[in-house]
Design a protein around this ligand. Sequence first.
Ligand SMILES: [Fe+2]
Length: 336
Amino acid sequence: MLSAFAAAVRFVMVAIMTVVTVIAPFSQKKEAKIARMNADCRAAFAAISDTHLKDNFIRLGMFEFGLQDLAQAQDRLDAFVIDGDITDCGDVENWEAVAKTLNKYDISNNNIMVLGNHDTWGGDRTPDYTRETFIKFTKDATGREIEQVYFTTEINGYPVIVLGSEGDNTSATISQTQIDWFADEMAKAAATGLPIFVFCHQPFNGTHGLPYSWEMNEDEDPDTGGIGDASDALLAIVEQYQNVIFISGHIHTGFTNKDSKYGFESVERHGSYTLVNLPCYEYPDVQRGGHINNGTGYVFEIYDGEILLRARNFATGTWLEEYNETIPVTPANPAA
Ligand SMILES: [Fe+2]
């Protein structure tokens, strides 16, 4: 239990942090437009998470700062991904605001939306409502035709698999049907011999500092903050292949790296696969670890031998190079 003094200090810190993050886009000098590091880049895409949008001018305004930066890229992006908790509660009004705002900006020909737990909390919170609403607004906001909350696509030929919860829990509800589908899609993706990008809003259980990093609390249940029941089954499939990049959000930490004091990192290397946890785009909260600020995410640049992750604050148009990461690409996946 926080003392009254500690609670007051925390309230003041949150208030200050909120003000700082809201005014940052106005006060910081734009550095450099988004451009590829090297000419032999095969594909480049931007990924953010947890925009928590609703019909609120501050949240939509912060989103638009980032969209402006993305749309003004010197080298047009091959894709733009929002990795879940796109809306604050999944209501139609939230999604209409997302579609209207996203459609104002020409960022890429391949915008990808991923379902987060907050996106499952609209209407009557049933899987039918969530699926139909997500399908409708994926079409309205990105032009993409999907049939389920999980689907496959590609970025310049690189396979992309998107997972999505079929329930309204904070963890992910992944049916056996979806797990089986994932196994099949991973086998097909591996046959390309290319790195495979998997997006899921929730990270694997116990990764990126979980369960501690969920609320910075030592006493959480081991599965807290992760995918939940299906985590082990999905990870067992991922582990079978080379060069899998699994990209999540959900935890609401900021950028962290090996030099961070928190003991967990945004990017975890595990031999054949790499786990990337995107920072929270819009939900400043000083009790979470890492470089907390509105507007953050990564630009991924794919090369033949490596994948560069370039940390950026899209709302301020500034690179955060201390959080960049390089993922080596090992010899290709064997043909299935
Ligand atoms: Fe979130």
